[in-house]
Design a binder for this molecule. Structure first.
Ligand SMILES: NC(=O)C1=CN([C@@H]2O[C@H](COP(=O)(O)OP(=O)(O)OC[C@H]3O[C@@H](n4cnc5c(N)ncnc54)[C@H](OP(=O)(O)O)[C@@H]3O)[C@@H](O)[C@H]2O)C=CC1
Ligand SMILES: CC(C)(CO)C(=O)C(=O)O
Length: 317
C-alpha cells in the first residue's frame, strides 16, 4: 500500500508518522519546503504522545519537484490532502488534476467546506473521500509532531449520499488502514451530518477565540461569549439543516461546550493563525456558513459580522 500525503504540517505528519511507524503503508510525503523534505528523508517522522514516541521512515519530496516530475505519475493507492484550505490554490488544483489517479482515491482532511467543489472541477467526484477528524496534532519541528488529543475520524464519499456501511468498499479499506495505524476511524452513516457537526464547532469556537484572543475553555467563562456561542450555533444549525444535515440544537450546543471543556487550554487553530499573523480558514468556515445562508435565504447576522471582522483583519495583516 503506497500513500502520498500532501502537506507535512500537524495533521499530515501525524498521519504519515503513525502509518509509517505501524508498517500499515509505505508513505511519500509532499512538503512545501525543500528544507523539510531533506529533514524527513534524513530523520523520518517522530510522533510523540505524552511520554511515548514512535518513529516512522518516509520518502519526502517538495511540492515543486513532485508536481513537475514523474513522481506525479506514480500509481499511489491513496493520496491524502492535508494542507489547509488556503493552500488549495491554482497550483495545487493543477497538480491534483494532472496526477495519475490514485488507485483507490483522494482523501481530503480539511476542516470547513467549499474545497470539495473546487477539487471536483479537476478530479472525479466519485473518487474523492472526506475524512472528518477530531484528532489533535501540533507540529513541533520539521520532522516531529505531537499527538495532542486522541479523537475519532469519520469517513465518507464526497458525493455525500447516505450509504449503508456494508456497501462502501473504499471507505472500509480506509477505515482498516487508519485503525491499523492506531487511529479510531469509522465509516460515517451520513457524511453531510458529520461534516456539519464538526463545522459548527469550528464556526463557533475558532472565530470567537480568534477575536477575544483566549483559549477555548475561556469562552464558557463569560456571559458575553457564552451568549455569542448560542447565537452562532443557532445560525449555523439553520444553514446545516438547509444543507441536509440531520442535527438538533441541543446536541450541537452540548458538543460545542464539551469541546471547549475538553480542549480548555487549547488555542484554536484560527487563534494560532492570528497570533502568527497568518491568513486563517475564515473563508471556508464562517464565510462558507454566511454564503450558504444567503443561498438558502437565511439570515445569519452574528456569523456575517464575525466573518467580516476577521476578513478585514486578514486584509490589513
Ligand atoms: N491540527 C489539528 O489538530 C487539526 C487540523 N484539522 C484541519 O486539517 C487541515 C490541516 O491542518 P494542520 O495540519 O493543522 O495545518 P498546518 O498548517 O500544520 O499544515 C499544513 C501544511 O501544508 C503545507 N503546505 C502548504 N502549501 C503546500 C503545498 N503547495 N504543497 C505541500 N504542502 C503545502 C504547509 O507547509 P509549510 O509549513 O511549509 O507552510 C504545512 O506544513 C486544516 O484544514 C485543519 O483545519 C482538522 C482537525 C485537527
Ligand atoms: C476543535 C478545535 C476548536 C480545537 O481547538 C479545532 O478544531 C481547531 O482549533 O481548529
Amino acid at each position: 500500500m503506497h500513500i502520498a500525503i500532501i502537506g507535512a504540517g500537524s495533521v499530515g505528519l501525524l498521519l504519515a508518522g503513525k502509518l509509517a511507524a505501524s508498517g500499515a503503508a509505505r508513505i511519500t510525503v509532499v512538503t512545501r519546503a525543500k528544507e523539510q523534505a531533506d529533514a524527513l528523508n534524513e530523520k523520518g517522522i517522530t510522533v510523540t504522545s505524552g511520554r511515548a514516541s514512535a518513529r516512522g521512515n518516509v520518502t519526502a519530496i517538495p511540492f515543486a519537484v513532485w508536481s513537475s516530475s514523474q513522481a506525479l505519475e506514480l500509481p499511489y493507492d491513496w493520496v491524502f490532502l492535508t494542507v489547509k484550505q488556503q493552500a488549495i490554490d491554482s497550483l495545487m488544483l493543477n497538480a491534483l488534476g494532472a496526477m495519475n489517479r490514485p488507485v483507490n482515491g483522494l482523501v481530503c482532511w480539511q476542516n470547513g467546506v467549499g474545497h470539495i467543489e473546487r477539487i471536483a472541477d479537476v478530479f472525479p467526484l466519485d473518487r474523492i473521500y472526506i475524512a472528518v477528524t477530531t484528532e489533535g496534532a501540533r507540529r513541533l519541528a520539521l520532522s516531529e509532531v505531537a499527538h495532542t488529543g486522541t479523537g475519532h475520524t469519520e469517513l465518507g464519499a464526497a458525493a455525500g449520499q447516505v450509504l449503508d456501511n456494508a456497501s462502501q468498499p473504499m471507505q472500509k479499506i480506509l477505515e482498516g488502514l487508519l485503525n491499523q495505524a492506531g487511529f479510531q476511524a469509522s465509516v460515517s452513516k451520513h457524511i453531510v451530518s458529520s461534516i456539519w457537526y464538526k463545522l459548527l464547532v469550528n464556526a463557533v469556537v475558532n472565530p470567537l477565540t480568534a477575536l477575544v484572543r483566549k483559549p477555548n475553555g475561556e469562552l464558557l467563562a463569560s456571559d458575553e461569549t457564552a451568549t455569542l456561542i448560542r447565537s452562532l450555533a443557532k445560525e449555523g444549525l439553520s444553514v446545516a439543516l438547509a444543507e441536509g444535515a440531520e442535527l438538533d440544537e441541543d446536541s450541537v450546543l452540548r458538543r460545542i461546550q464539551d469541546v471547549c471543556r475538553r480542549t480548555a487550554d487549547n488555542r484554536s487553530s484560527m487563534l494560532q493563525d492570528v497570533d502568527a499573523g497568518r491568513r486563517t480558514e475564515n473563508e471556508w468556515v464562517s464565510g462558507a456558513v454566511a454564503r450558504l445562508a444567503a443561498k438558502h435565504g437565511l439570515s445569519v447576522p452574528a456569523t456575517e459580522t464575525i466573518y467580516r471582522i476577521i476578513r478585514e483583519w486578514e486584509r490589513g495583516r
